[in-house]
Design a protein around this ligand. Sequence first.
Ligand SMILES: [Cu+2]
Length: 351
Amino acid sequence: MKTLGFHRIVASLAMAFSLIFGAPIALAQDASDAAAAEQLESVDPAEAADVADPDAVSEGSGAYTPMAPTEGKGMPVDAGWDIQPQYSEDGEFAYGLHIGLIWVMVVICAFVLALMLYTMFRFRRKANPVPSKTSHNTLIEVVWTVVPALILLAIAIPSITLIAKQYETPPKDAITIKAIGYQWYWGYAYPDNGDFEIISNMLDKDEANARGEPHQLAVDNRMVVPVGVPIRLQVTAADVIHSFAVPSLWFKMDAVPGRLNERIFQVDEPGVYYGQCSELCGARHGYMPIAVEALPMDQYNDWVLAQGGTVAGAEEEGVEADPAAVPLQEPESAEPSAPGAGAPPVEDATT
Ligand SMILES: [Cu+2]
């Protein structure tokens, strides 16, 4: 009994010691973390956005003006704690599964808690001076093995369905769009629309505010997609591994150099949907956001033509793309000396 008391004293002293000396250490660490974050912030998120020369971007036919985002749609919200509202079929299905699973967990936890409380009360020492020696009950053992197995089986059905839906092969006539990760920005190529490529850099704080868009999510040139039709989205990278992720569209896929990852991508309704690179890819990993703008097919076609691209069937209708509208940007790394960076963009001597 005496040694137990001694142990308790030692344990309490150790706890007090760690509380007293642990707190200042933790505070100091917080401060240094904050300093580091500030330093990183001051590196130049704006510079990243300035890399692509805005003058080099195609003027277009004027048929396209970037859509204003809807507050809370396709973007994170302050103090949000749930998955972002979903705007794709897969996303809605997955969200339903997520909520369903939470209820399964609630029911199981409540049932187990109730059983435990009942057992604790019913078989407490006072009411049972002579404890029961029962050790086996075949029926109960079969039930508590079979029922959880059935629950798991029931969960597996929608779960495997979700995986299958996510990797459904896009239909043959699906429009192909390619997202390419660069250090540290995104490129969007449109092989079915004349194979032009859009270079997408983050806007700095002032520009984002001026456009009424969320800072560190807004970009100069968005990835524009048609709404309501299946898209074959191919994801790859030019230098290191990135990850193309848009939470509200239930899409996340690694962008691996030398590989073409592909998944069906479909947006239910027009809007602007934001995402971020989700694979640590270097110093400005946090400054290469994704902005997807979904437009009705005719407006998408107008946008394609404005970028100097081609639209299927356009020749018959006599619609011709403006060859002068081809973007002049070179999809090279934003940082000349960065590992994996290509040759710096060459200035056109004729201009
Ligand atoms: Cu990245």
